[in-house]
Design a protein around this ligand. Structure first.
Ligand code: SF4
Length: 194
């Protein structure tokens, strides 16, 4: 899926719903378009976000080269799309809407790294996952002096991937996904759902 790209994960109910929620929030924040039927429970959350101070940008493509400098999307060494970026002087807020289960990942740190690289005037970034089901926001605050720590966090993982590329070694790692959730049905560990 990620290396050979010969298997494409088909859309699921959950991913289609996630796409609709992202689109509704984008138009709600960007143009003030009312949330559609079935999403009005998020009006309070959307109002809170819409009232945050600063210039708002939706669905922002953020791409960097291997020197952590801004790069074209198609030539990126690392890249991601911010659902909502709010820039207010030397401060920024970078939010990601999540429709799945609440869990924390290093994505907040990664997106802070992108924001510092692309907006040199920004010295503080608050990144957050907006958990739509729970109507909660998990936030982390980063300052520009943490930029070296941010990238040092990711480099070991990148080195492992580079090593796997060089050796063309991609061993299967069985997990709960093998039980009917993984799209790689040709894998020796794949089993249909019971
Ligand atoms: S079936 Fe399991 S081991 Fe095989 S690719 Fe999928 S997740 Fe990995």
């Amino acid at each position: 899926m990620r290396v050979k790209r010969d298997i494409v994960e088909p859309p699921t109910e959950a991913t289609l719903w996630g796409g609709r929620v992202h689109e509704a929030m984008e138009y709600r924040i960007k143009d003030g378009t009312a949330l559609p039927e079935g999403m009005s429970q998020w009006e309070g959350l959307a109002t809170k976000i819409a009232n945050m101070a600063g210039e708002k940008f939706c669905e922002v493509e953020m791409a960097l080269d291997e020197n952590f400098q801004p790069a074209p999307w198609g030539k990126a060494w690392t890249r991601g799309i911010a659902d909502l970026l709010i820039v207010n002087g030397d401060k920024a807020v970078n939010l990601d809407y999540k429709t799945g289960k609440r869990k924390l990942t290093h994505q907040l740190m990664l997106y802070a790294g992108y924001t510092f690289a692309i907006y040199p005037q920004v010295n503080t970034v608050v990144t957050g996952f907006v958990w739509m089901r729970d109507k909660k926001i998990d936030k982390e605050t980063f300052t520009r002096d943490q930029v070296p720590i941010i990238w040092q966090t990711f480099i070991p993982k990148v080195r492992k991937l580079e090593s796997a590329y060089e050796r063309d070694a991609w061993p299967a790692r069985p997990s709960g996904l093998c039980k009917g959730w993984c799209p790689v049905k040709t894998c020796e560990f794949y089993k249909d759902k019971r």
